[in-house]
Design a protein around this ligand. Structure first.
Ligand code: GDP
Length: 365
């Protein structure tokens, strides 16, 4: 009879199928006496956390648990994909616990964007999405140097209590936590599996000075992000690495912009105008006449229009469209890709791969 195996670090049930899910261990490691999952292994030997993604049900279970605890909730969003990286319903689950909302990857935004209006915008958007954070702030987990003010803020807000870090996958939660580990522990060896005994299934606890914990919860997969419909190679190519440079286009009515082959914007009516694209520099923008757009896409996806690359075309979902009438200055957001800012009076059709979100919002600029 087959016996269920458990990780000696976190207690998760060991599985050998999905490296991204909880409790993964390579099959070759199963004949050892003490079995440790890949995630705990990396934590133990490299002081490095790895994001583990969960099903929606598991995630709700953890969120529900947060309501019973007392502590500060730190929610990370990707400032470059704010709505796409949102955790809907979080406010409801966390009870009376204060939320600190951190917009990560601020290094990607154009330097011309000033922090105070940006933070105001975050507060406003959070409110529209049903959350009332006690404070908001901006951070780059990749860039050295700006973690200190954030840690001070966390210290002030947690009032001696525990800190729970939540966020969906790809917001940079692991990068953030790993920075915190280095900052908090200083020495390399402080984090070992003994600091998080086999009682907690899904979370990693990092001890803080006073006996409280900083708790890393698993990230939930947000299925409407571009990241989940493209291959790893394409994802790598479209993940912005440095500051986004806005590019403006003068468009006539009935012209189309292709963003590689990943998305498309038809400018239908509203007179000759300029619109501004905020996309990773690696995505080539291709302009054409609306009447030629369908044919161009059918014949040149994967070569002229890339990414996706030629080998990915077969599995790339078809594009579907949504229409928008822009009443005041707004952003059309292609989740996980970027956005286009439009002034009032524009009528556009925005195309994204099936199941990826395209939304309209008050402009972030
Ligand atoms: P997680 O899934 O939330 O744990 O996200 P990761 O920490 O694995 O990060 C996802 C991607 O975002 C990686 O490619 C990181 O290098 C990148 N990333 C994380 N933080 C930042 C940041 O502050 N700025 C930028 N530009 N990229 C970041």
């Amino acid at each position: 009879e087959l016996q269920e195996l458990h990780c000696i670090g976190c207690g998760a049930t060991i599985q050998t199928e999905d490296p991204q899910a909880l409790g993964f261990a390579p099959a070759s490691s199963l004949n050892r006496e003490d079995i440790i999952c890949k995630r705990c292994y990396r934590l133990k030997h490299y002081n490095e956390v790895q994001d583990v993604s969960l099903t929606d049900d598991d995630f709700l279970r953890i969120l529900n648990g947060l309501g019973d605890k007392k502590g500060l909730i730190v929610m990370l969003v990707d400032i470059f994909d704010f709505d796409g990286s949102w955790l809907p319903g979080l406010q409801r689950f966390v009870g009376n616990n204060p939320i600190l909302l951190l917009g990560n990857k601020v290094d990607l935004l154009p330097h011309s964007m000033k922090r105070p209006p940006l933070m105001n915008w975050m507060r406003g958007r959070a409110k529209e999405l049903g959350m009332k954070p006690v404070e908001v702030d901006l951070i780059s987990s990749l860039r050295d140097g700006d973690l200190d003010p954030i840690l001070k803020k966390v210290e002030k807000l947690r009032k001696g209590g525990d800190v729970y870090v939540v966020g969906c996958t790809n917001v940079g939660k692991s990068t953030f936590i790993n920075r915190v580990i280095h900052e908090v522990s200083g020495e390399k060896d402080v984090i070992t599996t003994s600091h998080f005994p086999g009682t907690t299934l899904d979370i990693i606890e990092i001890p803080l000075d006073d006996g409280s914990m900083l708790v890393d919860t698993p990230g939930i997969i947000n299925h409407h992000q571009m990241a989940h419909v493209v291959t790893d190679k394409t994802l790598k190519a479209i993940t912005p690495k440095k500051e986004i440079k806005p590019v403006s286009y003068q468009l006539n009515e009935e012209q189309t912009l292709f963003f590689g082959g990943l998305a498309r914007l038809d400018y239908i009516s509203g007179g000759r105008r300029s619109l501004t694209c905020y996309l990773p520099n690696s995505i080539k923008i291709h302009r054409t006449k609306l009447e030629k757009a369908d044919d161009l896409y059918a014949n040149h996806l994967g070569d002229l229009l890339q990414p996706p690359f030629a080998d990915d075309v077969a599995t790339f979902p078809k594009l579907v469209a949504q229409e928008f009438h822009v009443k005041t200055k707004m952003d059309i957001v292609f989740s996980g890709l970027g956005w286009v800012t439009l002034e009032e009076g524009a009528h556009v059709k925005a195309w994204v791969p099936e199941n990826v979100n395209v939304t309209i919002r008050r402009t972030i600029m």
